[in-house]
Design a protein around this ligand. Structure first.
Ligand SMILES: NC(=O)c1ccc[n+]([C@@H]2O[C@H](COP(=O)([O-])OP(=O)(O)OC[C@H]3O[C@@H](n4cnc5c(N)ncnc54)[C@H](OP(=O)(O)O)[C@@H]3O)[C@@H](O)[C@H]2O)c1
Length: 253
């Protein structure tokens, strides 16, 4: 567990947990929420150094953050993650489950161990984080999960990954309804191709260029594009949006 708590505290600030906050979209979300004045718990699985960099970027900009290791699929580790948010910052108001994995393969060829590992993080991980969020979010709070626009675009080789994210979409309105009366929103953001390791790794420049040109806006998304959407959904301004899957993809599908 890595700790870099900035002591410049503000007792009444809202508090966010961002899983997968060490890199990619999660990092941009953590930085944007900190910029908006929230104290942020930056979760990671293996990359302590990357998580420390996210925390350093936030604290250097005057925000408050702490890095906490936890595998999102491990119930005790996720409970401890929420414990840290409550102990260090006083509660939890926004939970963003950005942690995710992607393995691409034609369905006919997919290694089932890879399927299980991906589904463990993407489905069980979402479930475990959502359970803790449902138990612990304060009134006025928000849970934001992550799907993918490939659930709609249905590109070959994305079968197992899209299936895992279809499960996240299926949970969204159900959890929103289960939280009736708590003043807590539940939404899922489904990005299109976004320039992070998860998207770029293993693709040729030609494949990247072709996918970048697919949406009408003719470019890849940036982590900051997605962070702006997440920050809106987690803010009081976005609180009337509930139970929705929001495709943020430049108009892909
Ligand atoms: N990039 C895209 O084009 C795109 C498009 C649609 C949807 N998405 C979704 O957006 C989310 C963020 O993706 P990204 O592109 O930012 O990915 P990324 O750059 O690969 O970053 C993934 C993050 O998730 C963390 N992580 C992975 N497994 C974890 C686990 N079991 N427990 C806790 N943390 C874990 C990683 O931490 P460590 O490094 O410590 O392992 C890292 O911080 C994912 O859910 C992804 O499926 C991405």
């Amino acid at each position: 567990m890595t700790t870099n708590t900035n002591q410049n505290t503000a007792a009444d600030a809202r508090v966010a947990i961002v899983t997968g906050g060490s890199r990619g979209i999660g990092r941009a979300v953590a930085q944007k929420l900190a910029e908006d004045g929230l104290a942020v718990v930056v979760n990671y699985a293996r990359g302590a150094a990357a998580a420390d960099e996210t925390v350093a970027a936030i604290t250097e900009a005057g925000g408050r953050a702490v890095a906490v290791q936890a595998d999102v699929a491990e119930e005790k580790e996720v409970a401890a993650l929420f414990d840290r948010a409550e102990a260090d910052f006083g509660g939890v108001d926004v939970v963003v489950n950005a942690a995710g994995r992607m393995t691409l393969s034609p369905i006919a060829d997919l290694d089932l161990a890879a399927l299980d590992a991906m589904h463990r993080t993407n489905i069980r991980g979402t479930f475990v984080v959502a359970q803790q969020a449902a138990r612990r979010l304060r009134p006025g709070g928000s849970f934001i999960g992550f799907s993918t626009s490939v659930v709609g675009a249905q590109f070959p080789t994305y079968g197992a990954y899209a299936a895992s994210k279809g499960a996240v979409e299926a949970m969204t309105m159900i959890l929103a309804r289960e939280l009736r009366g708590r003043d807590i929103t539940v939404n899922t953001v489904a990005p299109g191709p976004t320039a992070t390791d998860l998207f770029l790794d293993g693709k040729t420049p030609e494949q990247i260029d072709r996918l970048a040109k697919t949406p009408p806006l003719e470019r890849l998304g940036t982590p900051e594009d997605i962070a702006a959407v997440v920050a809106f959904l987690g803010s009081p301004a976005g609180h009337w949006v509930n139970g929705q899957v929001l495709r943020a993809n430049g108009g892909l599908v």
